[in-house]
Design a protein. Structure first.
Lengths: 356, 306, 364
């Protein structure tokens, strides 16, 4: 029975597709967003990527999206709706859409799926992610140079590997220029609550940090840092407008190069499943202009960025100990991606207990 | 500035919107109307205040817009529940859904703009007092308003004839009606006062707390305000205490983390809610005092017979 | 101008039937104006909202999936509200039911038996009922306001679930992401038909609605609920205990919410994650009132509300309105339905001047 339905669905999809193709010859590329496309953070970065994709391939594709899709059964329905409406390539842009993407993909073998930040692939499901931690390492180095007290405040969202990678990379970067550098971590338990993020920023500043970095999505911490006259790093987008004299740099999510590359492959009939984890060199994340710092610090940051782009420098390269002092990586050894993707431990020097 | 002063300042900023929104709801509930739409009115206040400030360049215009939008939005609730006697619980929840949607639509063009922060006004002489000077007398106008409103509402409810009438409407609308009090008009005014206060609280969010607009930026504060009203057993000064206590617990848990106290952050985040339940149990244990303060007609519809 | 209500001597049967349709027409008019102002074709918009989701089989399945938890929770709440117990913490009871029901497939995942699923459902109901028992106990014995305690406990339940899936219950093979292991096959609520994803949760919802409808209409318990709900004094004279009723109604609604929670997790999500409900417990309160606290009405109300969610998505795609517009439209619909129900109990008179006569009469 199920097979018959698949066959029917596929036929319908093919019919719908060909009817449309003859009319306008345009393929449909679709996106599922977990937030609002104007959230100023994670989802907006993806939507900017979508818009750039549409501009770049305007004569060959059209795009559609569903926003504010809750994770769980609603996501499965949203993805299936897109698959049925004739989308040929679907990007699902939240970790929480992973199982739903895989489930729907099994029903629509002719539709290609791309899931952001997950780890479950299938013949028609690729995964993609960004090495945000490379940017965090550079931020850490800048913090190491710029902080007079040698203490940075870190506003974290949730203890997932991506965030833990970020904390570790930041500390490693900072300690590479100031071996006594310390960070104070506050878990806000939210990605998105300007008030709470501001409160966390104030708490950290009151406890004596003189530089601030955040792994939450609103510009509230940047505003607080500007008000209190300390420096800070932006997250997800260039937050320079919120702190023209405050932002040192920001880790900017730039998904467009990846979206264009994959859509082009799809149009050429060369799309294959991959697990891609691109970094600075691929342009999937970029550093906002290095501002509000002396020239020598800027030069150092630019050089580190070049080294990371060329592959000469890998942030997670030994000797690195874990927080409890045991050896994690021997001198010269770089971590494998598997360990990083599931990272749930701190490196030595992080002054916080990782919520378990 | 010492760390204690700094922490207290943070607490004041975090608590002011809670106190304001709760104070408005307190007056609404004292008149016998339960409006669960505080979150929706608050977010409308936040977006309208932000938009008006951006367009006029003056946060004071923004404050007025926040108040007005909250009051107008509550009128919708008033029309349904007072004129058409629709169920108050359901209408309040629907108001929140509508508020979140409408505010998102209005705010779409304002996302990512850097806001204009409402500047503090130092009160001469008083602001130079040691310790409390910078805490209480170097604040923005919304904070001063919140204190003035608490004093005013307390006086109004318990010392003025109009307040007595409002309370009698809340306690027994039938007898109030028999005494010739216009129940519906009183309730409309109370609902609008609640909306205005929630709108002002929203303006505080987008002009003082975090001068920016993002969707859903009230992030559940309207619900906490509702809880505070019951927590305070409908007394304005208890409400202030509760509001600041709630703010204090939320802020201290962030400080505890920054100090490196290893308690799961979820436990720390749950503390304010558990604290509210515990305090509530303690104060409601004495049945008599609770009953005296609870508006007996709360949530019950009233239709004047002709 | 002023509007006056006159209580009808008897509930109007005509308007009981007509009022949802009047509300629908008003919503369509208001919605059409809104879509026109946004520069969209109102007919297309309304078509995608109300018709498109009903045209395909898979979409009907999705409708049932979305409506099931709303109906099940709302049916339980209707008993609470009818007996004057204001449980607004169903969201928390939903979560605790899901957690309690997941103990077997998450902690004792090695135990394979056909008993797993029925036990899970029972434990889910128990979990929800016990969690609702907290505000019930506080109200019945310490006189604490249940609106507040049940609401506060929602946040506690959310944070407890968050802690579980990030800590002790985290999937050891899940790359340290916050989710539990996925349920084994015998812990998954089976799909009802082969044509789509609808699972047994929908059957539970309908069954619960029918059972509660029967109880309210034909049993002594039903009478007790309505009498105590209308007047505690009258109830006491009739020999009913309002304290027992607090326990009964709260635990019943908690059990319904808990069952909805475990059915959702076992049938649709198949693991626990930090967030398992997009606010079903709160939306269900609206559903309960849209259904006029009548279990059969609640079935219809749940389906209609679910339709607006599906229609909202369809409209995002077909006419390109933002998700906020769909939420405003949903809000409009709720307002019109709530206000039109006034016609059932009251005649509405619009009086144009202080002296003037009646202009509109709501009919008889």
């Amino acid at each position: 029975m199920k097979k018959i339905i698949f066959a029917l669905a596929t036929t319908a999809a093919v019919l719908g597709f060909s009817a449309q193709a003859s009319a306008q010859e345009k393929a449909k590329v679709c996106f599922v967003y977990v937030g609002s496309k104007t959230d100023g953070g994670w989802t907006q970065a993806h939507d900017i990527g979508r818009q750039e994709l549409e501009t770049a391939l305007a004569d060959k594709i059209e795009t559609q999206f569903l926003e504010n899709v809750p994770e769980g059964p609603d996501a499965e329905r949203a993805i299936e709706r897109l698959a049925r409406s004739g989308c040929g390539l679907i990007f699902t842009t939240s970790f929480g859409f992973m199982d739903q993407t895989v489930k729907v993909a099994a029903k629509f073998p002719d539709v290609k799926f791309e899931h952001a930040t997950g780890y479950k692939a299938a013949p028609n499901v690729a995964t993609y992610n960004s090495r945000f931690y490379e940017g965090r390492y550079i931020s850490g180095q800048i913090a190491g140079k710029m902080s007079t007290k040698g203490v940075a405040g870190y506003i974290a969202s949730f203890p997932i590997p991506e965030v833990v990678q970020g904390i570790n990379a930041f500390l490693l970067g900072a300690r590479s220029v100031n071996p006594d550098f310390k960070i104070k971590v506050v878990w806000a338990n939210t990605w998105f609550d300007p008030g709470k993020e501001a409160d966390a920023a104030k708490a950290l500043i009151d406890q004596g940090v003189d530089i601030l970095t955040q792994h939450t999505d609103t510009t509230a911490p940047m505003q607080v840092a500007a008000e209190r006259g300390i420096k800070a790093f932006g997250q997800a987008s260039d937050m320079i407008k919120a702190g023209p004299e405050t932002q040192l740099t920001a880790i900017v999510d730039t998904w467009a190069p990846y979206y264009i590359k994959r859509t082009q492959a799809f149009l050429d009939g060369k799309w294959e499943t991959t697990s891609s984890w691109d970094g600075l060199k691929d342009g999937i994340l970029t550093m906002a202009p290095y501002t509000n710092m002396p020239d020598d610090v800027k030069a150092m940051a630019e050089e580190t960025q070049k080294k990371i782009e060329s592959g000469e420098l890998k942030p997670f390269t030994g000797p690195i100990n874990k927080q409890d002092g045991t050896e994690w990586l021997a001198a010269g050894v770089s971590s494998d991606d598997g360990t990083l993707l599931g990272m749930n431990f701190y490196v030595e020097g992080v002054d916080d207990k990782l919520p378990q | 500035m010492s760390i204690v002063e700094a922490i207290l300042l943070t607490i004041i900023t975090a608590s002011t919107p809670l106190v304001l929104a709760a104070l408005g709801e307190l007056v609404t509930e004292r008149s016998g109307v339960l409006n669960l739409g505080v979150e929706g009115m608050m977010i409308m206040g936040a977006v309208c205040a932000f938009a008006a400030t951006q367009m006029s360049g003056s946060p004071y215009i923004g404050i007025l817009a926040g108040i007005a939008s909250g009051a107008l939005f509550s009128l919708l609730f008033g029309f349904l529940t007072l004129t058409l006697v629709a169920n108050q619980v359901a209408t309040g929840l629907a108001l929140t859904i509508l508020g979140l949607g409408v505010s998102g639509m209005i705010g779409e063009g304002f996302v990512g703009m850097s806001g204009i922060k409402l500047q503090p006004i130092a009160i001469p002489l008083l602001s130079d007092l040691p310790y409390i000077g910078s805490l209480l007398f170097r604040q923005d106008i919304i904070f001063y308003l919140s204190i003035a409103l608490v004093v005013g509402v307390n006086w109004f409810l318990f010392k003025s004839r109009a307040g007595l009438r409002l309370r009698s409407v809340g306690d027994s609308h039938a007898s109030a009606h028999a005494l010739g009090i216009n129940v519906i008009r009183t309730r409309y005014l109370a609902v609008m006062f609640g909306g205005a206060c929630a709108g002002l609280a929203g303006a505080q969010l987008s002009l003082v707390y975090t001068p920016q607009w993002v969707e859903n930026m009230s992030a559940g504060r309207g619900w906490i305000a509702l809880a505070l009203v019951v927590f305070a057993s409908w007394r304005p000064w208890r409400l202030v205490a509760g509001g600041y206590l709630f703010g204090a617990v939320s802020i201290s848990q962030l400080h505890a983390q920054a100090f490196g106290i290893g308690i799961p952050s979820q436990v720390l985040s749950a503390l304010p809610y558990l604290a509210t339940v515990v305090v509530l149990i303690l104060i409601s244990h004495n049945r008599r005092t609770t009953l005296i303060n609870t508006p007996a007609s709360l949530g019950k519809p009233f239709v004047p017979d002709r | 101008m002023r509007i006056e209500l006159e209580k009808r001597p008897k509930i109007s049967t005509l308007f009981s039937i007509l009022s949802p349709f009047i509300a629908l027409i008003l919503t369509i008019i208001a919605g059409a104006i809104m879509f026109m102002l946004l520069g969209k074709n109102p007919l297309d918009a309304l078509y995608s909202f109300f018709v498109e989701p009903l045209l395909e089989v898979w979409s009907l399945h999705e409708l049932a999936i979305k409506a099931a938890p709303l109906i099940l929770i709302a049916v339980g709440l209707s008993v609470c509200y009818r007996s004057n117990n204001w449980n607004i913490g169903a969201e928390g009871q939903f979560i605790m039911g899901a957690i309690a029901g997941s103990i077997l497939p998450v902690v004792f995942y090695e135990w394979h038996s056909p008993l797993v699923l029925p036990l899970m459902l029972l434990m889910g109901m128990l979990g929800g009922a016990l969690y609702a028992g907290i505000p019930a106990f506080l109200k019945a014995h310490l006189n604490t306001n249940e609106i507040l305690t049940s609401l506060m406990l929602v946040y506690v339940a959310q944070l407890f679930l968050d802690w579980l899936v990030r800590g002790p219950w985290r999937n050891p093979d899940g790359m340290n992401f916050p989710e539990t292991r996925t349920f084994a096959a015998e812990a998954i609520l089976p799909e009802l038909l082969s044509s789509g994803r609808t699972h047994w949760g929908f059957v539970f919802a309908i069954l619960a609605a029918i059972l509660v409808w029967f109880m309210m209409r034909y049993t002594l318990k039903g009478l007790e609920i309505s009498v105590l709900g209308q007047s505690e004094r009258a109830g006491r004279f009739a020999g009913f205990s309002s304290r027992k009723m607090i326990w009964f109604s709260m635990m019943l609604s908690g059990a319904c919410a808990g069952l909805a929670g475990i059915a959702e997790v076992s049938g649709a999500i198949q693991q626990l994650r930090p967030v398992i409900s997009p606010g079903y417990g709160f939306t269900a309160i609206i559903v309960a009132f849209l259904g006029r606290l009548n279990p059969l009405g609640i079935i219809a109300a749940g389906l209609v509300l679910a339709l607006t969610y599906l229609g909202g998505e369809a409209a995002q795609l077909s006419i390109g309105v933002s998700e906020k517009v769909t939420r405003v439209f949903q809000g409009l619909l709720l307002f019109f339905v709530l206000s039109c129900d006034t016609l059932i109990h009251y005649k509405i008179r619009v009086i144009w001047s202080k002296l003037g006569g009646t202009a509109v009469d709501g009919g008889h």
